[in-house]
Design a protein around this ligand. Structure first.
Ligand code: ADE
Ligand code: ZN
Length: 331
């Protein structure tokens, strides 16, 4: 099964590139840029990764990214992840990135996007790994700041596959970002949003009603509202579920308690993702494997989940057909 999961062509739709920063690279970049880290060693970093909830993780996540300063750093960050992901059978990655977290430290948008985009081009050539860029807004920051960032991104609009919404969910409903998402829609930029990770099912409904999103990141709390579940099913609205993330951030206590079996049973369009693999103890292979072990999933179920991700990914039709052929050859 482990070998089957590795060979399965996996598309990852929910990955925060800053959350792929492994402690080894964090230390190397800290040294290169003369940034002081509050950790004595690489082991100490890993030991610090014990979280009580989303907020306790976000504190270390924003602190960790302080080592990213130049386009070269963002390039190295993304290439480091692409190489690891490719080695475990990932064929397509959609990267969320958090421009506000970098702008706040004086790092220009162009530095971030040009570094990431260069890595995306190289990964396509060297690793046959396709990718997409999702510029995410921090929902615990003011909506006008998000709007300013969207306008400032004008030279890069063409390079963005979507905008997203992430960071601390409690008390920051999708409603707060209606105008920003309206503007993106007017610009022809697709929209996704985190909803129903820690926040209530009502936030998922709001993301659909008010932000006109084409997928929901996480969404696991939809089960609290049967009418919403039915709506998501009827719409074939993709949910980008992140099982190991949900365990690490205590959305669920143990992987065995994860609602994935109920979500599948409800007929929802699900995908498996790693979210912040450097912080949550595993990439795509480990997420698939943990679920397969916990729920006894068959090869057909695993193929179905991998197929869902390829079918709804931001990718050109030729690439989608190529990956679907590769996937079906395993069936
Ligand atoms: N930013 C990085 N990871 C996140 C998560 N799991 N939820 C919300 N915002 C995030
Ligand atoms: Zn996320």
């Amino acid at each position: 099964m482990q070998d089957f999961i590795t060979r399965l062509p996996k598309a990852e739709l929910h990955l925060h590139i800053e959350g792929s920063l492994e402690p080894e690279l964090m230390f190397a970049l800290a040294e290169r840029n003369g940034v002081a880290l509050p950790y004595a060693s690489i082991e100490a970093v890993r030991e610090a990764y014990q979280f009580d909830d989303l907020q306790s993780f976000l504190v270390l996540y924003y602190q960790g990214m302080s080592v990213l300063r130049t386009a070269e750093d963002f390039f190295d960050l993304a290439m480091d992840y692409f190489r690891r992901a490719s080695a475990e059978g990932v064929v397509h990655v959609e990267l969320h990135f958090d421009p506000q977290a970098h702008l706040a430290r004086g790092i220009e948008l162009g530095v971030v996007i040009e570094g990431l985009a260069r890595a995306c081009r190289l990964a396509s050539r060297e690793l046959d790994l396709s990718s997409a860029l999702i510029m995410a807004f921090l929902r615990d920051r003011p909506a006008d700041e998000a709007m300013q960032v969207l306008e400032r991104a004008a030279p890069y609009w063409e390079m963005l596959d979507a905008i997203g919404l992430d960071s601390a969910e409690h008390g920051h409903p999708p409603q707060k970002f209606v105008e920003v998402f309206e503007r993106a829609r007017a610009l022809g930029i697709a929209r996704v949003a985190h909803a129903g990770e820690e926040g209530p099912a009502a936030y998922i409904a709001q993301a659909l009603d008010l932000l006109d999103v084409c997928r929901i990141d996480h969404g696991v709390r939809c089960l609290e509202d049967p009418a919403l579940v039915e709506r998501l099913r009827a719409l074939r609205m993709p949910l980008t579920v992140c099982p190991l993330s949900n365990v690490k951030l205590k959305v669920v206590e143990r992987i065995d308690d994860h609602p994935l079996p109920q979500l599948l049973e409800a007929g929802l369009l699900l995908t498996i993702n790693s979210d912040d693999p450097a912080y949550f103890g595993g990439g795509m292979r480990d997420n698939f494997l943990a679920c397969q072990r916990a729920f006894g999933w068959s090869e057909a179920t695993l193929l179905g989940l991998a197929r869902n991700a390829i079918e709804v990914a931001f990718m050109d039709p030729a690439r989608r057909s190529e990956l679907l052929v590769r996937l079906e050859s395993m069936a």
